[in-house]
Design a binder for this molecule. Structure first.
Ligand code: GLU
Length: 473
């Protein structure tokens, strides 16, 4: 059997962290088994789906390097298929049309609540042997409902949670196809729009999906889906429901509570390989390994060791992971990323000669590309040393030495060794120690007290900039 997995986001918002993690697990599982990974956009919520969100989701997948073998498929382009399958289910007695109006459904629920019952569809349009159905009202467009088995249990062995059993008595006759809402694309009005639980089954069946990983908010949908698979005589995929991701306040991550889009992390200077590594560990482990490449993850990800309890989003750990990857990253690549970051601040710099050694020098002390850009920006944009730093490190007594340094720096070859030699000469000449001179130069040239070795730092700057900033004294 070829393993086929998929990710099926709804384009009603950005690709959020939970979905990105599920995408990663689905992708890694397919890659581990030499199978295929499919991309599907579940855009049947016509009112809330946007093209912007589609593009954002695909961009996030591309950035993370989660390549798919098929798709993106769009559900709104498959309406004929859902319509045909709904007809097939009606013909086989597994589905039926229901003409209840929203007002009738409200009244039904109201009455059930008044009787202290759990609200459910009461089956008034469900055909039964010997039952006479009311005449279909001409002015109501019917929905199609799935005829859920009335009793028994739906059982499955969840890849993440283990055995799960849900009674059919808990679930009612689900709407699988409804009339197209206003604003739906042309064509939808004749065919109707499928609901999530129906479209997902038809698609997983048609696309030959063997393993479904998704968030555990879908556990309660799975019995319906399994029943529909069975009614269609379609092979059942395996299901794995991953627990939610909690924020550092212990609450589910949400738009209001810390959940930002995957691409927001790109913009905040995180590297995609760090993001993948961090997401992978949020709910999966391989021994004590904290840092691993995507190839290692593919080699190890066999669907075991998935956590059953919710993971907690930990920004400090993500920052640590990113810092590790930043240290290892190729300098030319970091120069490109830094140039893009600077460009977003209207600082236009070629990612070439000066940026590459600057990335090499600064990356060890940075957590993100944004921090790297903060350092490197000082090479191109005026710095404003803090008054405190000026008072503490650039006192009167240092001024003659700083003036000689400026003179020497005018003449020398502009490289680290020559700059170091010039500084040594100035120290000797003025009977100073490096810890007195270096902080003054740092504050004036870089606007910061602490920097990597000052000769290396100065060699990154253009001579003109250094002379200009030392002229401030
Ligand atoms: N569109 C659904 C979601 O984004 C897909 C769930 C599934 O994978 O079945 O939650």
């Amino acid at each position: 059997m070829t393993i086929r997995t998929r990710i099926a986001p709804s384009p009603t918002g950005f690709l959020h962290l939970g979905t990105a993690r599920t995408a990663l697990y689905s992708w890694a599982y397919a890659r581990h088994h030499g199978g295929q990974f499919v991309m599907r956009i579940e855009d049947t919520d016509v009112a809330r789906s946007t093209q912007d969100a589609v593009e954002q989701i695909l961009e996030a997948m591309r950035w993370l390097g989660l390549d798919y073998d098929e798709g993106p498929f769009f559900q709104m382009q498959r309406l004929e298929r859902y319509h045909a399958v709904a007809e097939q289910l009606i013909a086989s007695g597994h589905a039926y049309r229901c003409w209840c109006t929203p007002e009738e459904l409200d009244a039904m629920r109201e009455a059930q609540r008044a009787r202290g019952q759990k609200t459910h569809y009461d089956g008034r349009w469900r055909p039964e042997p010997g039952k006479t159905l009311p005449p279909a009202p001409a002015d109501v467009q019917p929905v199609v409902r799935f005829r859920n088995p009335p009793d028994g249990f739906v059982n499955w062995d969840d890849l993440v949670k283990g055995p799960i059993s849900i009674g059919n008595a808990e679930i009612d006759d689900l709407i699988i196809l409804r009339p197209a809402p206003e604003g739906a694309p042309a064509g939808a009005s004749a065919l109707g729009v499928p609901t999530y639980n129906f479209a997902v089954v038809v698609d997983d069946w048609d696309m030959g999906i063997t393993h479904v990983f998704r968030g555990d908010e879908h556990v309660n949908n799975t019995p319906w889906q399994i029943n529909i698979f069975r009614a269609l005589g379609a092979p059942l995929p395996e299901f794995g429901h991953c627990p939610v991701i909690l924020g550092d306040d212990g609450q589910k991550l949400s738009k209001r509570r810390g959940a930002v889009s995957v691409t927001a992390y790109r913009d905040a200077g995180y590297l995609p390989e760090a993001m993948l590594n961090y997401l992978a560990r949020l709910g999966w482990s391989h021994g004590d390994e904290e840092l691993f490449t995507r190839e290692q993850m593919v080699a190890w990800f066999d669907g075991s060791h998935l956590a059953r309890s919710p993971a907690q989003w930990d920004p400090a750990k993500l920052a640590w992971v990113n810092a590790q990857y930043l240290k290892k990253a190729d300098d030319a690549r970091l120069a490109e990323l830094t140039a893009a970051q600077l460009a977003s601040r209207n600082v236009v710099v070629e990612p070439t000669s000066s940026l590459v050694p600057a990335c090499a020098l600064y990356k060890d002390r940075c957590t993100t590309v944004v921090e790297l850009a903060d350092w490197i920006e000082t090479m191109f944009v005026d710095v404003a040393p803090k008054q405190d730093d000026l008072e503490a490190h650039v006192g009167e007594t240092l001024r003659p030495a700083l003036r000689s340094l400026r003179e020497r720096l005018t003449e020398i070859d502009w490289d680290k060794a020559s700059i170091a030699a010039a500084m040594k000469q100035v120290l000797a000449e003025h009977q100073l120690k490096m810890p007195q001179l270096a902080p003054a130069v740092r504050v004036l040239v870089c606007g910061r007290r602490d920097t990597p070795s000052i000769d290396a730092v100065l060699s990154l700057f253009s001579r003109e900039v250094v002379l200009l900033r030392l002229r401030a004294v």
